[in-house]
Design a protein around this ligand. Structure first.
Ligand code: AMP
Length: 169
C-alpha cells in the first residue's frame, strides 16, 4: 500500500499543547487497510525466526497481536503500570509527552527466544528503549518494528538492537 502515509491524521496539540500527534487509527478502520498494513509489517521481518512478539501499550498491542499470529509466535503485552497481575518487572522512562511506566510479566521470555518488539510510532525513543531494557533481562535476541518513525526526533539512534520501520515522516 503506497498511500498509507496520506491516510494518517495529524492532530495538533494532542494529547498536550505543542505535540503533533500522528493518528493511525482512522486509517486502519478502513476495510482491507489493517490487513494490508499487518502484511507489510510481517514482510519486513519474515526472514527472522520470531518466537515472541512484545506489543507496547496501547497501540503497539493493536499491531503486535495480529503480527504474533502471522509469525506463529507467542504474544506478550508490555503494559502501563498496575495493569498486569502477578509478578512484573517495570521500567520508568520519558517519552515525547511526559513520564511513563512500562511493565511485563516475569519469566515469559527465555534466553533462546527471538523477540520482536512492536509499537506504532517511535518519537524520542524513550518507550522503545524501556521495552528493550525489559526484554534484555531475559534474552539478547531482540528486534524492533515500528509502523511510523518521526525522524526529526531521532529516536532510532537510541536503540541498542536492530530495527525496521514501515514509514518515516
Ligand atoms: P517516544 O517514547 O517518545 O518514542 O514515544 C513513543 C510512544 O508514544 C509510542 O507508543 C507512540 O504511540 C506515542 N507517541 C509519541 N509521540 C507521538 C506522536 N507525535 N504521535 C503519535 N504517537 C506518539
Amino acid at each position: 500500500m503506497n498511500n498509507f502515509k496520506e491516510k494518517l491524521r495529524i492532530v495538533p496539540d494532542f494529547p498536550v499543547p505543542g505535540i503533533l500527534f500522528y493518528d493511525l487509527l482512522p486509517a486502519i478502520s478502513e476495510r482491507g487497510t489493517f490487513n494490508e498494513v499487518i502484511e507489510q509489517l510481517y514482510e519486513l521481518y519474515k526472514d527472522y525466526p520470531v518466537t515472541k512478539v512484545v506489543g507496547i501499550d496501547a497501540r503497539g498491542l493493536i499491531f503486535g497481536a495480529p503480527l504474533a499470529c502471522k509469525f506463529n509466535a507467542g504474544f506478550i503485552p508490555a503494559r502501563k503500570a498496575n495493569k498486569l497481575p502477578g509478578k512484573t518487572i517495570i521500567e520508568i522512562y520519558s517519552k515525547e509527552y511526559g513520564e511513563d511506566h512500562l511493565a511485563i510479566q516475569e519469566d515469559l521470555i527465555k534466553p533462546e527466544d527471538n523477540v520482536l518488539i512492536v509499537d506504532d510510532v517511535i518519537a524520542t525513543g524513550g518507550t522503545a528503549v524501556a521495552a528493550e531494557k525489559l526484554v534484555s533481562n531475559y534474552t539478547k535476541n531482540i528486534r524492533h518494528l515500528f509502523l511510523l518513525e518521526l525522524s526529526e526526533l531521532n529516536g532510532l539512534s537510541k536503540l541498542s538492537h536492530e530495527y525496521k520501520t514501515l514509514i518515516s515522516v
